[in-house]
Design a protein around this ligand. Structure first.
Ligand code: GDP
Ligand code: MG
Length: 598
């Protein structure tokens, strides 16, 4: 049977351990593309992914490989992102596979995301093949890493493949191992159709395209497909595979991975996790879908020019089509006008969306500091979900405020345990446990408020461990805490977009630091600007931006013309990111200042 020669697998790894490079080598080796045709990293197709060297959206590619047994195999490779924000995407791709390459950097060893991804793979019953990558590096220690794989993960590492995605060592061995170790997909291609949508995308010509793993039955051009969650039907116009660009095929059947187009106008009709069946011979039960992605971090997005508002909305809608985990709804700020409150999986996700909006849609944005969702119980007995600090009810209306808590695991060399414990203490963490995962590596588990992670945890973690620590976290629940809101007044007027929520014990300190920081960020204007931070009606700190001296430019007259031009250009560039709030001009940096104080 043909499906005996299909292998569906993905690559899992901690970020930077070499997934994308390895995927490229596999594509190159199997001749899906010649070396010349290969752009640096084929699978990371978004510009941003290439520049940052990270994978954001999962990608799939079909490879054709003639194994040593003489048979030609169809290998479907699904690349996965490695950052903690995108664990959701990883779990989606794994549900479409029977096996996974577990890639571990021969220098770095096992990291927090390696473990997190292994757990996901085990949940999905995947066959794991260990690959120790980057053995070309002089500092590679494959034997130590093998030991870690055995000690920490409990996999037999004696068979681990030593590879270099850079030089090509081990590539053939990997392909052979995929063929012999990863089981062929089961699924009956004569049964009623069941195809899992693991991703979807909008194409201007083909309409909404579903990326599917056919689990049972078959789907072809002309099939009347039915979405099992909504009952809606569509006639299939095209089916195809990624090789690695889209290529049409006659049909996709049980075990295969590819795409389906049906002139669907609305991407909402191709929901990720839904099951496609055949309307004429429907399956009785849908496949088990996915857990929904929950946004954890929120911020306000506003355009510098009010007239760009509609463009921002259109752009958010377009991005949402490709990335259902991005959510947004209109909000109004007294200070910033009309904008959107957007929800993201994490900070990296937030940065990436902002950057895409600015680059791909040419928008000039003001972003407010990120916030988590607080659960607020009011004296009326209501429970409100507050994702924008400025919407927090007045103190006398509040019975309690609960904040999200995450369970965070940090993997770190033993010498850094002290600094990490200190950091977690400062971040209001609760110690859970500590494990020696190998002779020199420790896994520390803490419960931490998510808001502290959003604040500056990553940067602190990195600097206090010289970059040796890695972090993974998941939502663990909500906990009532003593929290207060700090408001900022500029020139006596409340700037709602600068309000933030903070633990009572840190309130005074942060309120003070923020006004100091704001004073250094807000440029001098023609008049004096007092900056105050207040809790309720109590002022806790005050600074003043002095009025501008009129002779800033006149100094240059008659002098160096190029210096003057530079100064003017600098002012102009600065202007682009200024927002007029009342009669004060506030630069973008001011809205992020709260993240940069300590
Ligand atoms: P990903 O985040 O797991 O997708 O990692 P990438 O594939 O983007 O690789 C991260 C970095 O490691 C890049 O700079 C690669 O060039 C480099 N890299 C990947 N594989 C190897 C390897 O086998 N040897 C060496 N020396 N560098 C590698
Ligand atoms: Mg990558």
């Amino acid at each position: 049977q043909a499906s005996q020669r299909i292998r569906n697998f993905s690559i899992i790894a901690h970020i930077d351990h070499g997934k994308s490079t390895l995927a490229d080598r596999l594509i190159e080796y199997t001749g899906a593309l010649s070396k010349r045709e290969m752009e640096e990293q084929v699978l990371d197709s978004m510009d941003l992914e290439r520049e940052r060297g990270i994978t954001i959206k999962l990608q799939t590619v079909r490879l054709s490989y003639q194994a040593k047994d003489g048979e030609i195999y169809e290998l479907n490779l699904i690349d996965t992102p490695g950052h903690v924000d995108f664990t959701y995407e990883v779990s989606r791709s794994l549900a479409a596979c029977e096996g996974a390459l577990l890639v571990v950097d021969a220098v770095q060893g096992i990291e927090a995301q390696t473990l997190a991804n292994v757990y996901l793979a085990l949940e999905n019953d995947l066959e794991l093949i260990s690959v120790i990558n980057k053995i070309d590096l002089p500092s590679a220690e494959p034997e130590r890493v093998k030991q870690e794989i055995e000690d920490i993960i409990g996999l037999d590492a004696s068979e681990a493949i030593l590879a270099s995605a850079k030089t090509g060592i081990g590539i053939e061995e990997i392909l052979e191992r995929v063929v012999t170790m990863v089981p062929p997909p089961k699924g009956d291609d004569q049964a009623p159709l069941k195809a899992l949508i693991f991703d979807s995308k909008f194409d201007a010509y083909k309409g909404a395209i579903s990326y599917v793993r056919v689990v049972e039955g078959r789907i072809a051009k002309g099939t009347t497909m039915q979405m099992m969650s909504t009952g809606k039907t569509f006639e299939v116009t095209e089916v195809g595979v990624f090789a690695p660009s889209m290529r049409l095929v006659d049909e996709l059947k049980a075990g295969q991975v590819g795409f389906v187009a049906a002139s669907i106008k609305n991407v909402k009709d191709t929901q990720v996790g839904d099951t496609i069946t055949d309307a004429e011979n429907p399956a009785a039960e849908p496949l088990s879908g996915y857990r929904k992605a929950t946004p954890m971090v929120f911020c306000g997005l506003y355009t510098v020019e009010a007239s760009d508002y509609n463009r921002l909305r259109d752009s958010l809608e377009k991005l949402h089509l490709n990335d259902a985990s991005l959510i947004f709804e209109p909000e109004t700020s007294v200070a910033l006008g009309f904008g959107f409150r957007c929800g993201f999986l994490g900070l990296l996700h937030m940065e990436i969306i902002q950057e895409r909006l600015e680059r791909e849609y040419d928008l000039n944005l003001i972003t407010t500091a990120p916030s988590v969702i607080y659960k607020v119980t009011t004296i009326k007995g209501e429970v409100l979900n507050i994702d924008n600090p400025s919407n927090l009810p007045k103190v006398d209306q509040i019975v309690s405020i609960e904040e999200p808590i995450v369970k965070a695991s940090v993997l770190v060399p033993a010498e850094f345990v002290g600094p990490i414990m200190e950091l977690n203490q400062e971040k209001r963490g609760t110690y859970c446990n500590m494990d020696y995962v190998s002779t020199n590596r420790v896994k520390l588990v803490y419960e931490l408020p998510l808001s502290e992670i959003v604040f500056d945890y990553f940067d602190e973690l990195k600097s206090r461990t010289k970059g040796y620590a890695s972090l993974d976290y998941e939502l663990a629940g909500y906990k009532a805490t003593d929290l207060v809101k700090i408001d900022i007044l500029l020139n006596g007027e409340l700037v709602d977009a600068l309000s933030f929520i903070v633990h009572k014990e840190k309130a005074y300190h942060r309120g003070r630091k923020l006004v100091e920081k704001l004073r250094s960020i807000i440029p001098r204007q023609m008049f004096e600007i007092p900056i105050q931070s207040v809790i309720g009606s109590r002022v806790i700190a005050r600074e003043t931006v002095n009025a501008m001296r009129k002779d800033v430019l006149s100094k240059c007259y008659g002098g160096d013309i190029s210096r003057k031009r530079k100064l003017l250009e600098k002012q102009k560039a600065g202007k682009k990111r200024m927002k007029q709030v009342g009669n004060v001009e506030i630069p973008q940096d001011a809205f992020m200042a709260v993240l940069k104080i300590e």
